[in-house]
Design a protein around this ligand. Structure first.
Ligand code: KG4
Ligand code: ZN
Length: 354
């Protein structure tokens, strides 16, 4: 089966064609991502109204390019999937409405995909990993440890009680006068800095749950920066290195706890899987390697281009759902908020795909 996937929940306009074989193997036929970075950079963050308008302008062309590159046409696809949330509602409406229009005209099934589920299932597209596995999802908007037990079957083991990890990187960068998005900039500065110079807190360390908290760390960093102001370039490097080290220590501790909770609730995982933009950070990747080794499980790290937002993950999640007969009607609503736990209710087939 071949599925068209559309992603417009944040600041990337993306479309892709993905094939799924009867045995459940995946193949990306095309994967086109247009980043709106330059349009939001002057504001130091994503401006929802600018994002929605940019999706409207770009999406038709991006879909046409994806179809062309995959040598597909609307007759040759088996369904159209769009991210129906969670995300910035204006953008979600653009992608979902476009998918509905295509589904209506071509009489192909519509699959309304949860963006988080798409991140969660990407490792099955890239590595064919079997259920159940432990997912560490860390992006600009989400920080979660999830037991992925099946399509539509997720148990959230931990989440952030305040900021997402990517958001904390972005705010740190902003505070220190680095560019947007902040993660890559902070990582670059940290490489040449001293991680032991500033004593920053490790929030939640040792807590018996697998939750995260980042806002106290961010505040502590701001107070240190104010204490030594005006800050020099070496100060920025040391602040970034100390911040990143604190995050790495927190991730190690929280994931260790997450894997323990996983084993208690679901048995041995088939692997530890990372997703989201933060998984591009080399120091985080290093600690993930250590944790999977320690925990006696394999680490699955999809390529960075599939860890960040893209259309292939939406198409793949659509294919996984369609293969189970899980399709949606044309009155399916867009969602600004849509926790993975709400998917369980949808996980019973409504009607078989035609
Ligand atoms: O998954 P993603 O592309 O978009 C969503 O948020 O959905 O993740 C973007 C986030 C941003 O907060 C960015 O600063 C962070 O991932 N990020 C990083 C790195 N690259 C991207 N954080 C730390 N280190 C990086 N190298
Ligand atoms: Zn995402």
């Amino acid at each position: 089966m071949v599925i068209l996937g559309i992603e417009t929940t944040c600041d990337e306009t993306a479309a892709a064609l993905v094939e799924r074989t009867d045995e459940g193997r995946g193949r990306i036929l095309s994967n086109i991502v247009l980043s709106q970075l330059s349009e939001h950079a002057p504001y130091g963050g994503v401006v929802p109204e600018i994002a929605a308008r940019a999706h409207v302008e770009a999406l038709d062309h991006i879909i046409a390019n994806a179809m062309g590159e995959a040598q597909c046409n609307f007759d040759s696809i088996d369904g159209v999937a769009a991210a129906a949330g969670p995300g910035l509602i204006g953008g979600v409406i653009v992608g979902l409405t476009t998918a509905k229009a295509i589904a209506l005209v071509t009489e192909k099934p519509l699959i309304a995909v949860n963006h988080l589920e798409a991140h969660a299932l990407t490792a099955r597209l890239t590595d064919g990993i079997a259920f159940p596995y432990c997912l560490f999802l860390a992006s600009g908007g989400h920080t979660q440890i999830v037991a992925v037990r099946g399509v539509g079957n997720y148990v959230r083991l931990g989440t952030t009680v305040d900021d997402a990890i990517g958001e904390a990187f972005d705010k740190t960068a902003k505070l220190l006068g680095l560019g947007y998005p902040g993660g890559p900039q902070v990582e670059l500065e940290a490489k040449a800095g001293n991680p032991a110079r500033f004593q920053l807190p490790r929030p939640m360390l040792g807590k018996p749950n697998a939750d995260f908290s980042l806002s106290g760390l961010k505040t502590a960093l701001r107070l240190e920066a104010e204490r030594i102001a005006p800050i020099s370039d070496p100060d920025v490097r040391d602040l970034c290195a100390s911040f990143q080290q604190a995050v790495v220590d927190v991730v190690a501790d929280r994931l260790r706890m997450g894997l323990k909770l996983f084993r208690e609730q679901c048995g041995d995982p088939t692997g530890l899987v990372a997703a989201g933009g933060v998984a591009a950070n080399a120091a985080i990747r290093k600690v993930l390697h250590r944790l999977s080794f320690e925990g006696g499980t394999q680490l699955v790290l999809p390529p960075a281009a599939l860890c960040t937002d893209n259309g292939a993950m939406i198409a793949w999640a659509g294919a996984e759902r369609l293969a189970l007969g899980l399709i949606d009607t044309l009155d399916t609503p867009p969602h600004a908020r849509w926790p993975l736990s709400d998917l369980a209710a949808r996980a019973t087939p409504r009607r078989k795909a035609g």
